[in-house]
Ligand binder design. Structure first.
Ligand SMILES: Nc1ncnc2c1ncn2[C@@H]1O[C@H](COP(=O)(O)OP(=O)(O)OP(=O)(O)O)[C@@H](O)[C@H]1O
Ligand SMILES: [Mg+2]
Length: 140
């Protein structure tokens, strides 16, 4: 069960808890793979050079940091760990990766880096729960 797990992280505390749980699940289920996805926002071409390249580099660096932190929280698992940095909408990225990579479970936080702390679910988790091609584990 849950042979391929997709973990979505954005650097938030909820996502850190999701990463810990994804690691525990991957160990307990002896999952074949755990794929960690970080989406970063689109950089508009009108910025022009060198601003555009600088903006891309800054976002990539930030995404790499989030990824590294998630890897630390996941820890060692028996299966393979794969990572994907994707430009664009987080919900779209998560849903597309889950569909194309045949993920059996998506693990993500209930909330993220957004500022509306009173909401039960953020917009990313809400979209993924309603459109995902597989079960979704929302970590609070
Ligand atoms: N850019 C991202 N890349 C990968 N996963 C993400 C990204 N943004 C959010 N997530 C995942 O979705 C979970 C919920 O975040 P979400 O964006 O829904 O909440 P929020 O940021 O509080 O609200 P909103 O973005 O609507 O203001 C996060 O804990 C994380 O697991
Ligand atoms: Mg968000």
């Amino acid at each position: 069960m849950f042979a391929n797990i997709l973990l979505a992280v954005d650097g938030s505390e909820h996502a850190v808890r999701a990463a810990k749980m994804a690691g525990d699940l991957a160990r307990n289920m002896k999952s074949e793979s755990l794929r960690i996805v970080v989406a970063f926002s689109h950089i508009p071409a009108y910025l022009g050079e060198p601003n555009m390249q600088e903006a891309i580099d800054a976002r990539l660096q930030e995404a790499e940091k989030i990824l590294q932190n998630a890897l630390d929280e996941v820890g060692k698992i028996p299966g393979e760990i794969k990572t994907e940095l994707i430009e664009g909408s987080p919900a779209e990225a998560i849903i597309n990766v889950a569909a194309t990579r045949n993920s059996k479970l998506i693990v993500m936080g209930s909330r993220g880096m957004g500022s509306l702390g009173s909401l039960l679910l953020g917009s990313t988790s809400q979209s993924v729960v309603s459109q995902a091609p597989c079960p979704v584990l929302i970590v609070r």
